[in-house]
Design a protein around this ligand. Structure first.
Ligand code: ZN
Length: 326
């Protein structure tokens, strides 16, 4: 009892509200460079748009259970450059993606071989801003093999690389990911190392790579820690993402982190760099991302292959507070 009340008293003394107040970031624009929208609902899209998210990148990843055949990969990649991009556009959010074979499924070698053959059919498509997310999970030999092959692919296509670093043995896995990228002759400025923490950030920045941070409840980074990292390391080559997916995660992690940074005294310029400009700069190296394409008019009469999100002439913004669903 004593402890929870003293925490509450401390918070009250700091004058920080506990609820996310969207007005704190009103007028700011955000770019979430890592979010798995396929796993999210239309409510999430609406909430992101309302909070100022104007563009995002959806990296290819695994579905929570292993795919059993090549066609599931093909359909998934097609949806990232097709239907999901369309769905996003209907909320005024510009959708980009990175395409790759994720580290977990690299361990199914017979399938991985087949996936490698179809990747070139997707990575050159419009709006594909990188090869990703690739790298290590369990740090197996098969993961290393397909990471190397995909680095070569990125080099050949002139695309940035979005690297997933492992949860277990993170420091070693992160170092190894960077060593291998350099071994393949990649410019560290074209490689975005993701899921950093206090243990990895310094080396990633010192070696010239981009350092991305995933604000993900419990398992990765909390945003209070993120504030401290920007205070300590500055805002150069650092970017924040939500990595929201089918797990317990928060698609508003980027605007919420910006709001917290503001409350804790970071400058507007630093906030803007880590929640918007830096990611744009890093992924614009693909030649596929242009800020002037953000904020396109929402055209609800548009269709994707004959389909629309407004099924049977629905209204785009139902009143969520009403018990009546009409
Ligand atoms: Zn991810």
């Amino acid at each position: 009892m004593c402890c929870s009340s003293s925490i509450e008293r401390d918070k009250a003394m700091m004058g920080e509200p506990e609820a996310f107040d969207i007005s704190a970031v009103k007028g700011m624009k955000f770019f979430d460079p890592h979010v798995h929208m396929t796993s999210r609902t239309t409510d999430d899209y609406q909430a992101m748009a309302d909070a100022g998210v104007v563009a995002l990148i959806e990296p290819a990843f695994w579905l929570g259970q292993p795919r059993t055949g090549l066609d599931s990969f093909r359909d998934y990649y097609s949806s990232l450059i097709g239907w999901e991009r369309f769905r996003s556009s209907q909320f005024g959010i510009k959708h980009y993606c990175t395409i790759g074979l994720n580290s977990r499924e690299a361990n199914n070698e017979s399938l991985a071989e087949q996936v490698m053959e179809i990747l070139p059919l997707f990575i050159y498509k419009e709006g594909v801003v990188g090869v990703g997310e690739i790298g290590f999970d369990d740090q197996t030999a098969a993961e290393e093999k397909y990471y190397r092959l995909q680095l070569e692919l990125a080099k050949e296509a002139g695309l940035p690389v979005q690297v997933h670093t492992p949860h277990r043995d993170k420091k070693k896995g992160t170092q190894r990911s960077m060593d291998i990228a350099l071994e393949h002759g990649l410019d560290p400025y074209s490689v975005i190392i993701d899921h950093n923490n206090e243990e990895t950030v310094k080396e990633v920045l010192d070696r010239g790579f981009w350092a991305a941070f995933t604000i993900y409840p419990f398992t990765k980074m909390g945003n209070e820690r993120m504030v401290e990292i920007v205070k300590q390391y500055g805002s150069e080559r650092i970017m924040v993402n939500s990595a929201a997916d089918w797990g317990i995660s928060d698609p508003l992690a980027v605007p919420k982190t910006a709001a917290l940074m503001k409350m804790r005294g970071l400058s507007d310029q630093d906030i803007q760099l880590v929640t918007y400009n830096n990611a744009i700069k890093a992924f614009a190296q693909s030649g596929q991302l242009d800020e002037s394409d953000f904020n396109a008019q929402i055209d609800l009469t548009e269709k994707f292959e004959g389909n629309t999100i407004l099924r049977g002439g629905q209204q785009p913004r139902p009143d969520k507070s009403s018990i009546i669903i009409s």
